[in-house]
Every structure is written in structure tokens, then in C-alpha cells.
Ligand binder design. Structure first.
Ligand code: HXC
Length: 510
């Protein structure tokens, strides 16, 4: 081996070792994989091609000129997941705490730029102490360069953030812009200001986990989409998730052959909706019995449970499912569920994923906390998202579709392509009881009269016939045929073409 080759190998070895065995052991002792181990678990075997393993920082201050590690704390490159290309970066906490220098940022920007040209998703694995303190403002500039690219890539290529360690300060804003955030329980956290600053400013005492751990962000703030038990589980599940999404907005979603017959009938669904309109039932039953092979990838399962969102397939084609859940808050729309579903609908629309909407919604949640919290603006987000979406939109009303919420939930009026209802559907301005108490207020003290009026109202409006007579419902279908009808509908709509008016961009109520 000549001298140059030896030097190359030495640098390569040094890059492979990261911050050294002691720090690798420390990483393992926290139950965390190293940056390279994470890439190995994420990508298909031997598919990873690393870029920029020789890049070093150019900081001269604070003794940094003699303290360099090739690769500079982030491993970047591309590989495959189940045979499809993906760009990755994985921050190496063993090198300067995975902190972001300008060289580190340039490496991330390089893979993002190439991902945009190629049309492939970017998965970022975040495990970092934030801005490289020795570099100061140069590091802040590096963050902004990444943010700018995140924004330009939004809606062009899917961007997924995995938070697998610290992610604090302004560093949180790159994941925040990406499409999905996945976290690890008890070993990852995200916050704008940490517990010490919180204590100084607000005198609150709170642990890092409670302030910004996976549980907090998947159940309280809704910032993160999923929490996993450990690194391995997260990486395995992201591989599964990857199979539902297209590579870019230039590609169609990946069709996966299935042995599940598209005309499979599910007779058990005929008894899913209880006779008593106030009794809940589990909407998951409909979802699991409808999608291919009962395979449903739920997003944000622990946040705003009154609406369910996630990915499944129908006849092999990925679909986004949005469904009211009568088991939680009677399936009503509120601030959190509207925001949750709106962002999901927009993701599906950006990337050409058809949307299946399963409706059982008694309306918007009343109350001062909702009104003061801005339900008007937040509810409008979901309405806006459905109205602007041009992907195939298929809707099934299983039971209640009342008031404004009926309009919002992918109704015919918001350019729904196929709008079906079950015979049990009640499509009306409001529930019979509420309606009668308003129209016949003068009879309110006569329970017999009110009961009769309620029965009359129910008979007239609390069924799918009136809406069907108007053509707002394309067909009333037996529940057992739901999968078959949706699969057939999707096949019909696969080449749907619909464009919105030309504009710079819209102005969704934020
Ligand atoms: C340089 C850093 C670093 C940083 C950690 N290290 N953070 N080096 N810049 N930001 C180094 C440590 O010196 C240490 O080096 C190694 O990484 C591991 O750090 P430890 O503290 O030993 O690890 P741990 O106890 O697990 O604590 C992790 C930590 C802590 C909580 C992240 O390191 C920490 O508080 N770091 C500083 C966080 C911070 O204030 N960052 C700037 C935020 S402002 P050795 O050589 O000992 O292994 C920001 C703005 C972004 O990020 C703005 C964007 C717009």
C-alpha cells in the first residue's frame, strides 16, 4: 500500500470509528444504536453508499483546529428500503455530541439537494446537542440552510424525521417542517427551550422527558406522529411505513400485489352499527376489515383519538384513511382532530395518495375552550384541506353526518368523487332531538309531543334518502360490500385528473 492509500485508509478508519470506542459504549449503555448501526438497520443490506466521509470542520477556535473527526458528526448518503431509493443522514452523537457545524450542515444539504433532483425521500436521523457551540453563528447559518431546503422539498419529496436522542433549540424546526416525526420512548426529546431555561423563566420544574419526550409529543402536543420502544423497533417500522409512500410527487404510490380479493365481502359489518344511535362502536373494525390483508399503518394513534388517520391499501394501491371514531368524544371534530386530519389529507394530496373517508360525525365539539382555542380557524383547516385536494376522494357515511361536519368530511360538495352511505346513515343539519327542541320550542314541556316530533324528524331526515335524492350520495350500499365498492371505485379513479386554479400558493387558515 502506498503512502496516499495508507492515509486514505487511516482517515476512513477514523471516520468509521466516530468519536471512539468509549463514546460508542456510552451510546450503547443508553440503549441507543450508533449512527452507523441505525443506517444498517434502516436500509437494505449492502445498499448504503456513503458520501463525504472525509469532510471535516474548518473551525479554528477553542482548540478545534487540532480536534477533527472525518465525517464531522453526521453520516450521509443513499441506499434502498425494500428495493426503493432513499437518501439518509444520521447524526453521530459520539462526534462532538452530533452537534451541527457548517460542514455538518453542508453534508445534509448535499443529500437533500440530490434527493430533490433524483426524486427520492429523505430520512433524517436526529441525535444532536444542537448548534456546534465552538462555531457560533456559522452553525446557525447551517441550520437555516437546512430549513430552507426542508421548505422547498415540502410536497416534492417525502421527508421523515427520526428523533433518536436530543433535539433542542432551533434544531427542532427542521423536523417540524418535515412530513412525519417518529420518536423513541425514554431516549429522545425535543424542545425549544430545555428544563433549565424553563425553570429560570417560568419557575416550572419539569424533566426533559416530561417536557419533550416521546409520550409528551405523541399524546399531548401532537408534534410527533409515533413513539417506539427502542431504536430497532422504530427502524423496522419506518421500513414498513416507507412502502406506503411514493418516492416523490412525480411518482405514483407504490402498488403492492395482494392475495386479498378486491371483491371480498364482510358480512360482519352489517351489524357493526348499533340500533341505538347514541351507542358507540369501533371504527377500527371497519378499517381493518376493509383494507388489504387487514394491514393498516396508523399515524398519531395517541393524539386526538376522535379521528383516526393512517395508511392502508385497496387492491394493492396505497390509500390514506381518515375516519371519525365514535368511541372517543362520539367522533366529533374538535381543534386537535381537525389539525391532525388536515395535515394528513394535505400529505396525501401532495403525493397523489387517494383518500378514503369514513364518516360518523355528530358535529363540532361545543364549548368555550374550543371557541377560545380557535375551532373556527382549526376546523377550517380540515375543510380547506379536503376542498383543495385533487386526489381521488372516496367517502362512506356509516352513521351520523351532521351539520358543518358533514360538509367538511369529504362531502360531494367538496369535490368528493364517490360518496356512498350505509343504510344506517343519518345526514342532517343536526340530530333529531336537537332539531325538534329548536323547531318546536313551544312544545318543550310536553314530552309526548316532543317524542312524536322527534320520531317524525328521524323518519324524514335521519336516513340517507333525502341526501341521495339530491344526488349528494352516489349510492346507498350494504356494509358488507364496502371493500368491494371502494376497490372498484379506486380502480375507476386511478387516472383522475383535476387541477386547481393557477396561483402562487393558497392561504390556508394557519
Ligand atoms: C459542541 C457538544 C455540543 C454542542 C454536546 N457536545 N453538545 N459539542 N456543541 N452543542 C459534546 C460535549 O462537549 C461532549 O463532548 C459530547 O458532545 C457529549 O456531550 P455530553 O454533555 O457528555 O452528553 P450528555 O450528558 O448525554 O448530554 C447531552 C446534552 C448536552 C444534553 C445534549 O451535551 C448539552 O446540553 N449540550 C449542549 C446543548 C446546547 O446548548 N446546544 C446549543 C443549543 S442552541 P466530549 O468530548 O466530552 O465527548 C441551538 C440553536 C440552534 O442548538 C438554532 C438553530 C436555528
Amino acid at each position: 500500500m502506498n503512502d496516499v492509500s495508507k492515509r486514505i485508509e487511516k482517515r476512513r478508519d477514523s471516520s468509521m470509528l466516530g468519536g471512539g470506542q468509549k463514546r460508542v459504549d456510552a451510546q450503547h449503555s443508553k440503549g441507543k444504536l450508533t449512527a452507523r448501526e441505525r443506517i444498517d438497520a434502516l436500509l437494505d443490506e449492502e445498499s448504503f453508499e456513503e458520501w463525504d466521509m472525509f469532510v471535516e470542520h474548518n473551525c479554528r477556535d477553542f482548540g478545534m483546529d487540532s480536534n477533527r473527526v472525518p465525517g464531522d458528526g453526521v453520516i450521509t448518503g443513499h441506499g434502498k428500503i425494500n428495493g426503493r431509493p432513499v437518501f439518509v443522514y444520521s447524526q453521530d452523537f459520539t462526534v462532538f455530541g452530533g452537534s451541527l457545524s457548517s460542514a455538518h450542515a453542508r453534508k445534509i444539504c448535499k443529500v437533500m439537494d440530490q434527493a430533490m433532483k433524483v426524486g427520492a425521500p429523505v430520512i433524517g436521523i436526529n441525535d444532536s446537542g444542537g448548534a456546534r457551540i465552538q462555531e457560533g453563528v456559522a452553525s446557525l447559518a447551517g441550520y437555516a440552510d437546512v430549513f430552507q431546503r426542508n421548505v422547498l422539498a415540502s410536497g416534492v419529496i417525502p421527508q421523515i424525521s427520526m428523533i433518536m436522542g436530543p433535539c433542542a433549540g432551533g434544531a427542532v424546526y427542521s423536523p417540524a417542517i418535515t412530513d412525519f416525526i417518529f420518536m423513541i420512548r425514554n431516549s429522545s426529546y425535543m424542545f425549544v427551550t430545555g428544563p433549565d431555561v424553563v425553570k429560570t423563566v417560568t419557575h416550572e420544574e419539569v424533566s426533559a422527558e416530561k417536557l419533550g419526550g416521546a409520550l409528551t409529543h405523541t399524546s399531548t402536543s401532537g408534534v410527533a406522529d409515533l413513539a417506539f420502544e427502542n431504536d430497532i423497533e422504530a427502524l423496522v417500522q419506518v421500513r414498513r411505513f416507507f412502502d406506503f409512500i411514493p418516492l416523490s410527487n412525480r411518482e405514483r404510490p407504490p402498488v403492492q400485489p395482494t392475495n386479498d380479493p378486491v371483491d371480498r365481502l364482510e358480512s360482519s359489518l352489517d351489524t357493526l352499527v348499533p340500533h341505538d344511535p347514541n351507542r358507540p362502536y369501533d371504527m377500527f373494525e371497519l378499517i381493518y376489515k376493509t383494507v388489504d390483508e387487514h394491514d393498516f399503518f396508523e399515524i398519531q394513534p395517541d393524539y386526538a383519538g376522535n379521528i383516526i388517520i393512517g395508511f392502508g391499501r385497496l387492491g394493492g394501491m396505497p390509500v390514506g384513511v381518515v375516519a371519525n371514531q365514535p368511541m372517543v368524544l362520539a367522533g366529533c371534530l374538535d381543534i386537535d382532530s381537525s389539525r391532525k386530519a388536515a395535515r394528513f389529507v394535505r400529505f396525501c394530496d401532495c403525493f397523489g395518495i387517494p383518500i378514503i373517508t369514513l364518516v360518523d360525525v355528530p358535529g363540532f365539539l361545543p364549548g368555550t375552550s374550543q371557541e377560545y382555542g380557535g375551532i373556527i380557524k382549526h376546523g377550517a383547516k380540515l375543510l380547506f384541506a379536503y376542498a383543495e385536494a385533487t386526489v381521488p376522494k372516496l367517502t362512506v357515511i356509516t352513521r351520523k353526518a351532521y351539520g358543518g361536519a358533514y360538509d367538511v368530511m369529504s362531502s360531494k360538495h367538496l369535490r368528493g368523487d364517490l360518496n356512498y352511505s350505509w343504510p344506517s346513515a343519518e345526514i342532517a343539519v343536526m340530530g333529531p332531538k336537537g332539531a325538534v327542541e329548536i323547531i318546536f320550542r313551544e312544545e318543550i314541556d310536553d314530552p309526548d309531543k316532543i317524542a312524536q316530533r322527534t320520531r317524525d324528524y328521524r323518519e324524514k331526515f335521519a336516513n340517507p334518502l333525502v341526501a341521495s335524492q339530491h344526488g349528494f350520495i352516489d349510492d346507498i350500499i350494504p356494509p358488507h360490500s364496502t371493500r368491494a365498492r371502494l376497490c372498484r371505485g379506486l380502480e375507476l379513479l386511478v387516472n383522475k385528473k383535476l387541477d386547481n386554479p393557477s396561483k402562487k400558493h393558497d392561504n390556508i387558515p394557519l
